[in-house]
Design a protein around this ligand. Sequence first.
Ligand code: ADP
Ligand code: MG
Length: 709
Amino acid sequence: MSSRQHILDTPIEYLKGVGPKRADKLKKELRIFTFGDLLRHYPFRYVDKSNLQKIGYIPANSGAVQLRGRLSNIHLIGEGRGRRLTATLRDETGSIELVWFKGIAYFQRSLQGGQEYLVYGKPNQFRSRLSITHPEMELMKAQETEGPKSYEDRLEPIYSTTEKLKTSGLDSRGIHRLLLALLEKINPKSDITENLPPKIRERYQLAERWQAMKNIHRPENENWIKAARYRLKFEEFFFIQVGLLQTKIRRHRTEGFVFEKITDVFTPFYNEKLPFELTGAQKRVLKEIRRDVLGGFQMNRLVQGDVGSGKTVVALMSMLMAIDNGFQACLMAPTEILAQQHFEGISKMLEGMGLRVSLLTGSIKGKKRRLLLELLAFGEIDILIGTHALIEDPVGFNNLGLAVIDEQHRFGVAQRAKLWKKNTLPPHVLVMTATPIPRTLAMTVYGDLDVSIIDELPPGRKPIKTMHYFESGRLKVFDMMRAEIEKGRQIYIVYPLINESEALSQYKDLMEGYESITRAFPQPQYQVSVVHGQMHTTDKDFEMQRFKEGDTHIMVATTVIEVGVDVPNATFMLIESAERFGLAQLHQLRGRVGRSKHQSYCVLMTGHKLSNEGKVRMETMVDSNDGFKIAEVDMKLRGPGDIEGTQQSGVLNLKIADIIKDQAILARARQAAGEVVEEDPDLKAEQHQTLKRYLEVARQQRSEWSKIS
Ligand code: ADP
Ligand code: MG
């Protein structure tokens, strides 16, 4: 590359009409530093100026309207705070009043009585008079008064801007004027260089970059707007996907252990111990894992499956593949309760096979811990199950071959990386998650992992019936609970524990709830357990155990039971103050029931006052058991920013593409990225050089961004 600066890198103050003061605001408010940044400030919609309304026919309670008429009666009226500028706009059907409280001096100077204006704004009705406060005004040019002639004049792009910019004359129109000046100053065709490989552009029928840039800001017609938007959205997704797929391919080239044999434990377990037939989806995923561990490269696979889809047994059988080949395996869970439960469940399933399974959590200390670590280092433990205590530095394996991470949304990327250092070659990594993350987002957030999906529940499961009750229906809900207990089933009652700072008051809620439950369900007829975060591990375990063994009928708990807990006989869940939970969490919680052949129920109890969003959440839960559908709604309600893992993925810096609305484009862009990366993973080919350079710049910007924010 020549050292001469590219014209699009020119500082924004050098553009005609900008100057130092406006430049300062553009930088602060919109992060526009250069010509190129301005060019990438895309409009978010277009107004068709030929779409005019007649003043006499504006409907009551109308939204924003676009009018054309002649201006007259420009007057300054009122005193003090009531001081305002008014004018009348008239067309052949009627008249409307225009009002300004701010910028009076400016408008008094610039508005021209007797001239035709294009006016945009939202009408208000006062008595029977219509008026518009602070309308957008555009003086019609002389040649336009017969109506805009060309498409270019007819379609006006609308840009996002800020209050501070508006006071400097940079409202949407002001920004558009700057863009028109910029497009005059540069030579789009030669200055806006193409960054997609020609093959991809042809195959996916994408407009040229300079054409897209020009038309997004100065459209020739509607078709060009479509083509331009498509091309620019595609481009944004494409770059993210090329980056992710490169990482993935690099991983695929990391040498890994080969698990060839399945004779000593895997096959006997499958033939003799497995208590049920695997579902088709479980078998498929196991085959995918088997292919990975035979390939000679390190596996990095995500297994996604809705709650209750049977991920644990897939994890277990993968661990058996490792053991068959002389390796150790570990399983890491996000909570002690879950680790404990995995330990018990897995130990039981492996009974009589001569395998050594151990549990390591934060509460295993002192001598016991030292002994365990010693055995582990000598290879005397085959499967180690635990919390994140597993990846702490003093924990050394003899020969770790596979690490399974359950419910990975609780683990950070850095923690995953620690695992890699536990053996001479990085162990294979299997990540299990039920976080119902929309497929398109998964493609991006987990784009560097291989993804397997368990999209089938074990047979005989009945969909959970979910109901929403207000406090006033509590007695009825209690009756339903008694009926379930009568049938021999068990019940969860969950209280919200959302953040630690509120822990105390929520703990009070829980204990009060517990007391009122014991009044409604008195001993000795009913046995009630309680589990919460402030309890000692041993007490927690004791209570969990009593519930698991069916000694208690009701388990009152905070969200500690959210993840993974498996008591198939529990068929009824009452979620208290359900409006305080997010959708993803509600779905996770509900997944604790519906784990047997019996019909299960979930009752969402809320106060009478519900926000609109709260209503949507309750309705969504009542309507659907499908984690993916729920995730889509969740993302629409909250935006992708709140979904874990999005921060690093770059989707939050998208300027024009929308991860929810543009899923089809995302899928195409990912496919295209795959074609490029498969053929030329390091982007060495001549035709990929611009693409490569562009990616490097984008990466740099992203890391600068992350330093700032
Ligand atoms: P999750 O995917 O939520 O981790 P689990 O692995 O805890 O689900 O499995 C849920 C329940 O389904 C467990 O009780 C498990 O024993 C049972 N299960 C798993 N696979 C099957 C199957 N193929 N047939 C019948 N039951 C199964
Ligand atoms: Mg699980």
